[in-house]
Write a protein that binds this ligand. Structure first.
Ligand code: ATP
Ligand code: SF4
Ligand code: MG
Length: 338
């Protein structure tokens, strides 16, 4: 099984390929380097978790993929290829037409995606604007999808407005809308953070079922490592604008190679079994992303930091077949740089 997956990953081109992505925000205090040299693959039909403390750049990364960065942001280097085509080189029009078609998004707050003054039905019909079907056919598909995501009595609820739904039900409506278009990639930025633990489990199971059914890939941003362990095939660990480690979930959670990942997991060794809803706290000072950073980005909080870490940024090393981490210590283990 593992062998089959490795062969598939080696030969099949990933659905999404992010390479050496750099994004800055202009602020009155200067430029914040919010993403630095981020490289990440999203293979077809896989769920990739993105974890990291607040401010590590998770939302900036997924907003860059979706083309939803604010005006003060600039992509200063890198590429994002979706099905082989660089999104950063596309016209604004071509890019916009991918939204709600090949790319869909679920936000933390469902009200961000829903229009409060329009019925669920009209919004679910509008989201299918790329489809040539008639309005009544689109309405029937919307109804079917509401039923699929577990909205009780969808025939009458479809004519309701967003405020008539509870938070958990609104998020189900958003999932229904996002998946109605059968996207190639669904981006979910903390979709369960605002929900209580029971609702979170239900939504995670629903996402897992629908992902298998539709065959899409998911980029799943979460603070909740237990949810990532439950839902994701692979995980990327972000720290202060960089991906410090990535690989298969079971490799990263059982054999973390980067001191930051280890620190996250050491704070809560039972986290995969225990349902933990927030990332553990690691002592030390989080780096300032203004101006140029020298050395390893984790050096101010790393218990294993040594002289070289203060001066030189570590390259990526491959551990085993499919795990990559950025740390000078891995060179001593004679691992191959990527
Ligand atoms: P959280 O877990 O709190 O959602 P995050 O990992 O999603 O955090 P981002 O929101 O991507 O982090 O922020 C990354 C960095 O970019 C932070 O230092 C943040 O302050 C900065 N940043 C984000 N948006 C802007 C903006 N519009 N203008 C200036 N700086 C920004
Ligand atoms: Fe720690 Fe140095 Fe490795 Fe960075 S490179 S994680 S500071 S040991
Ligand atoms: Mg965020």
């Amino acid at each position: 099984m593992r062998h089959d997956r490795l062969i598939r990953q080696t030969f099949a081109r990933p659905l999404l390929e992010i390479r050496d992505l750099n994004v800055d925000f202009g602020t009155p205090r200067g430029r914040i380097h919010a993403l630095r040299d981020v490289s990440l693959d999203v293979p077809a039909s896989q769920v990739i978790g993105i974890v990291g403390e607040s401010g590590s750049g998770k939302s900036t990364l997924v907003h860059t993929v979706m083309g939803l960065l604010p005006d003060n942001a600039a992509v200063t280097a890198g590429s994002i290829r979706l099905e082989g085509e660089d999104l950063l080189k596309m016209s604004t029009r071509a890019r916009r037409s991918l939204l709600g078609n090949r790319l869909s998004m679920i936000f933390q707050d469902p009200m961000t995606a829903l229009n409060p003054v329009r019925t669920i039905e009209s919004q679910m019909i509008d989201v299918q604007h790329h489809d040539k079907r008639s309005r009544s056919q689109k309405s029937a598909l919307a109804l079917e999808m509401l039923h699929r995501v577990g909205i009780p009595d969808p025939q009458s609820r479809i004519r309701g407005f967003p405020h008539q739904f509870s938070g958990g039900m609104r998020q189900r409506v958003c999932i229904a809308m996002a998946l109605l278009v059968k996207p190639a990639l669904l981006v979910a930025d903390e979709p369960t953070t605002a929900l209580d633990a029971t609702l979170e489990v239900q939504i995670i199971h629903l996402l897992k079922e629908l992902q298998k059914e539709i065959g899409c890939s998911i980029l799943f941003v979460s603070h909740h490592l237990g949810a990532v362990a439950e839902l994701c095939d692979r995980v990327a660990v972000m720290y202060a604008g960089e991906v410090v480690e990535q690989g298969e979930v079971r490799d990263i959670f059982h054999n973390p190679a980067h001191p930051y990942t280890r620190a996250l997991l050491e704070c809560d060794p039972g986290l995969v079994r225990k349902s933990r809803r927030t990332l553990p706290t690691i002592p030390g000072e989080v780096p300032n992303l203004l101006g140029r950073n020298v050395g390893c980005i984790f050096r101010t909080r790393c218990r294993q930091a040594f002289n070289r870490c203060l001066q030189e940024k570590p390259v990526e090393y491959r551990i085993g077949v499919d795990q990559i981490a950025r740390c000078h210590l891995l060179e001593k283990e004679r691992l191959v740089s990527v």
